[in-house]
Design a protein around this ligand. Structure first.
Ligand code: DC
Length: 222
């Protein structure tokens, strides 16, 4: 079973995808973590970053390992685990810039397909259903209003003890949505055969339950 779960920034897709992976006991590939890994490496090299080109990224592929496991995507750089330090807003902003580089998208998607092989997988991201596993058995596209997504991001940041301002978080989400949607190569949009789920006002448990029902329906062919 291959499942693609896409959605915009802070739509809850990672939380939902991780839970689906745990319930079904199949590996989880959080594709955004790969974008964040390259963002982290570019930031380490350059300090501040306002634009990214393929030249900044091509040599970094050899350093990175992405390992999908049940309930977690392990990321290693030169063998060292770094997935726990990729959650900052700054890394997310640069990851979104990296998403506008077409050569990067082509190469990272090839990399993902090699990692996935023929195995079972839950993949989340922006283009899991359209480009990473277009052959997926089930494609889900999660949406939620920008305000709700900003509130969720605030809760996440507060839980981590990171001070955050609601208006700044909302502005960042809207900006990232615009960049993800308007990029020339691979603009962000749902796969034609995706099931769209609006999660505004719904709990994670409720949304996961709906997806598990869709999985069951697929398995029984109903
Ligand atoms: O899902 P996320 O917020 O961790 O992703 C960070 C950025 O990476 C996002 O703004 C756009 C980019 N990205 C992408 O372009 N395609 C993906 N499949 C995953 C992430």
């Amino acid at each position: 079973m291959k499942i693609a779960i896409d959605g915009p920034a802070a739509s809850g897709k990672s939380t939902v995808a991780r839970e689906v992976s745990l319930r079904l006991k199949i590996p989880y590939l959080e594709s955004g973590l790969a974008y964040r890994t390259f963002a982290y490496l570019v930031l380490q090299r350059r300090g501040s970053v306002n634009s990214v080109s393929w030249e900044d990224l091509r040599d970094l592929f050899g350093l990175v390992d992405i390992l999908p496991r049940v309930g977690v995507t392990e990321v290693r750089v030169r063998g060292e685990r770094i997935d726990h330090i990729l959650g900052t807003e700054e890394v997310g902003r640069v990851a979104s810039l990296i998403g506008t580089v077409p050569e990067f998208r082509e190469n990272i998607n090839r990399f993902f397909r090699r990692v996935i092989g023929k195995g079972q997988i839950v993949v989340d991201g922006r283009d899991a259903g359209t480009h990473i596993i277009p052959e997926a058995d089930l494609k889900v596209f999660l949406t939620a209003s920008p305000e709700e997504r900003a509130r969720r991001r605030m809760t996440q940041l507060e839980a981590k003890g990171v001070p955050a301002d609601y208006q700044a978080v909302l502005k960042d989400i809207l900006e990232r949505d615009r960049r993800d949607r308007e990029r020339k190569a691979y603009p962000f949009r749902p796969a034609e055969d995706a099931v769209i789920i609006d999660t505004t006002g719904r709990t994670v448990e409720d949304v996961v339950g709906e997806i598990l029902t869709l999985v069951k329906e697929h398995e029984t062919g109903s």
